[in-house]
Design a protein around this ligand. Structure first.
Ligand SMILES: *[C@@H]1O[C@H](CO)[C@@H](O)[C@H](O)[C@H]1NC(C)=O
Ligand SMILES: *[C@@H]1O[C@H](CO)[C@@H](O)[C@H](O)[C@H]1NC(C)=O
Length: 244
């Protein structure tokens, strides 16, 4: 079976004069009752996508192709507005433009992270609250074989956020929930520095346990033992849902 598959790929590759499999689409659906502005950033060594930021109204979907081998992340900005040509967002801003063009997001932000490797063993993906939370989300791989479970943080953590982690917009409403690393910057929360940079020396904190309780299928801190459990071999697409 494997060799038949390879032959099929070779015929396709002769036709297009290149020996790579095309990338796969990631479709983002906004089920939130408000407009969001998704953004993406490729990790070092991967190209930025054709769209790195766009507006997505409530109940709308849009998709972007990722290359056969790509790693990077998506997030969703909320509360954006354009004042005298200056675009800015209440959460997860990437620098005053709708297109993020390689720029990362302001914290706190829920992250949807991917390492896609169409020709490799498997992809990995996750929903992360390591840099805090701003919007409920899920990632569902489509097709593919292996574990392929849904990564998600469907809870609205903003509503349950402890006082000391709350991130408020100018009108005082809680629009994000910082991780303890973002709020306090301490090595024991960030799993950084010589004393806390391994899974053994960076156990969960009471703060990361709060995130983990709210969203067991998302990463709650850098050495969360969820790590590595979200894998799927050769999915044909991914669906990201916001407010799943
Ligand atoms: C942790 O920090 C020490 C000291 O800076 C360093 O030697 C070691 O490689 C680090 N370990 C990891 C896993 O980053
Ligand atoms: C975590 O523990 C600290 C004291 O060690 C306390 O001030 C804080 O409120 C606790 N936070 C949560 C979310 O339980």
């Amino acid at each position: 079976m494997a060799s038949i598959r390879v032959v099929a790929l070779c015929l396709v590759s002769f036709q297009f004069l290149v020996c790579v499999i095309e990338g796969i689409p990631i479709t983002i659906t906004n089920n939130c009752p408000y407009t969001v502005w998704p953004g993406s950033q490729a990790n070092q060594g991967s190209p930025q996508l054709s769209k790195t930021g766009f507006e997505l109204s409530s109940q709308k979907s849009d998709s972007v192709d990722v290359p056969a081998k790509w790693s990077g992340k998506f997030w969703a900005r909320t509360g954006c507005s354009n004042n005298n040509g200056m675009f800015s967002c209440a959460t997860a801003d990437c620098g005053n433009h709708v297109e993020c063009s390689g720029a990362g997001e302001a914290t706190p932000a829920s992250l949807m992270e991917f390492t896609v490797d169409t020709n490799g063993d498997h992809d990995t993906y996750d929903v992360s609250n390591v840099d805090g939370f701003n919007i409920p989300s899920s990632i569902t791989p489509q097709g593919g074989t292996g574990t392929c479970k849904v990564a998600s943080c469907p809870a609205n953590i903003n509503a349950a956020c402890p006082n000391d982690l709350q991130f408020k917009s100018s009108d005082g409403s809680v629009v994000g929930c910082k991780s303890a690393c973002v709020a306090y910057g301490k090595p024991k929360y960030c799993c950084s520095g010589p004393q806390h940079n391994t899974s053994q020396t960076c156990p969960p904190s009471n703060y990361s346990q709060f995130f983990s309780k709210q969203c067991p299928n998302a990463y709650s801190y850098a050495y969360d033992d969820n790590k590595g459990t979200f894998t799927c071999s050769k999915p044909t697409a991914y669906a990201i849902k916001l407010c799943p």
